[in-house]
Design a protein around this ligand. Structure first.
Ligand SMILES: Cc1cc2nc3c(=O)[nH]c(=O)nc-3n(C[C@H](O)[C@H](O)[C@H](O)COP(=O)(O)O)c2cc1C
Length: 309
């Protein structure tokens, strides 16, 4: 998620689940090819398994970006065919590409020709007046025939005109049944459902019909629930870590990042979700946002951790 799942958030999430598959924010291939590659691609080894999400519509640039991503150690290349933002539409990539399965297939072929790591697509069940049944099936057929075997499907359409990106994540109705049927139609593909999942426990009902679930906003807003993933989904022993333990564990990382020039509030903003449901939530969020103003941020973080218990 843009401005959310940066490397600090992913480092933090990894302290809550060793197994959950994590993804980067969408990275525009032009930024990757012509920008500060080293900075864009940076991640901590502990973040594995980790996919990089690319945004673009040029098969050659996507292929070249895939080569760089694989060489940097990412475990999967994901192509974004779900983002409806006006900026992305202007670049003619993201969700608008659902209308052009032939081009998406060319992009996938180009990526597949260049790398050995798995390639996946994140899409919607349609855009605008596309038919959620016939047109979605045709899209998946064409793109899977080009070599993509994993689809993460946000179970709502994107309406490309008239809705903001935020509205496009809430207003078009969710249609989980359509995603379940996709798995019936294409049993050999890996179908991962996304959209509107509130709790880790919600995944159990979906996993009866599809191969995986992806959660976005509710993990960001309440990250502590990710602690349930390893025991519930992967059968690992339950963790007894408290929110306080989690935050205390993050302090050496925060200080190391800060000492190497990273703004402390940019690292710590991701911890705000830990305050959800706690007595001093407002206070904790405000302290995390102002961490750079404290003389001894390390001490302040310990105080905040103690407020979390
Ligand atoms: C702030 C924000 C940024 C997002 N950025 C991306 C992105 O870069 N790539 C992507 O595939 N989806 C992005 N999304 C969409 C989410 O990945 C997800 O598909 C959507 O929010 C529905 O799932 P959820 O209800 O679990 O959040 C973003 C969502 C939000 C709220």
């Amino acid at each position: 998620m843009m401005d959310r799942t940066d490397r600090h958030e992913r480092f933090f999430l990894r302290s809550l689940s060793k197994k959950a598959f994590l993804y980067t924010e969408m990275i525009n291939v032009n930024a990757l090819l012509y920008g500060d590659k080293k900075d864009i691609l940076l991640f901590n080894e502990c973040e594995h398994p980790l996919g990089i999400q690319l945004g673009g519509n040029d098969p050659i640039k996507l292929g070249d970006s895939a080569i760089i991503s694989e060489a940097s150690g990412y475990d999967e290349i994901n192509l974004n065919i779900g983002c409806p933002s006006p900026k992305v539409q202007n670049g003619e990539f993201g969700a608008v590409l659902m209308k052009n399965p032939k081009l998406v297939a060319q992009c996938i072929k180009s990526i597949k020709n260049k790398v050995k790591i798995p390639v996946s697509v994140k899409c919607r069940i349609g855009v605008d007046d596309m038919n959620e049944d016939k047109d979605l099936s045709a899209f998946i057929k064409e793109v899977s025939d080009s070599g993509c075997k994993v689809f993460i499907v946000h179970a709502r359409k994107a309406w490309l005109k008239g809705l903001s990106p935020k509205e496009n994540r809430n207003i078009p109705p969710l249609n989980y049944q359509r995603v379940y049927r996709l798995k019936e139609e294409f049993p050999d593909l890996e179908i991962i459902i996304n959209g509107g999942l509130e709790k880790i426990e919600d995944s159990e009902k979906h996993l009866r019909f599809v191969d995986g679930v992806m959660m976005g906003r509710n993990i960001y807003e309440d990250p502590y629930q990710l602690l349930k993933v390893d025991p519930l989904i992967y059968g690992l022993p339950e963790s007894l870590k408290t929110k306080r333990d989690i935050l205390l564990e993050m302090i050496p990382y925060v200080m190391q990042q800060n000492n190497s020039g990273e703004k402390i509030q940019l690292v710590c903003k991701h911890f705000m979700g830990l305050a959800k449901g706690t007595k001093f939530a407002k206070n904790i969020r405000s302290s995390l946002a102002r961490l750079h103003t404290f003389k001894r941020p390390e001490k302040k973080l310990i105080q905040i951790a103690n407020q979390l218990s």
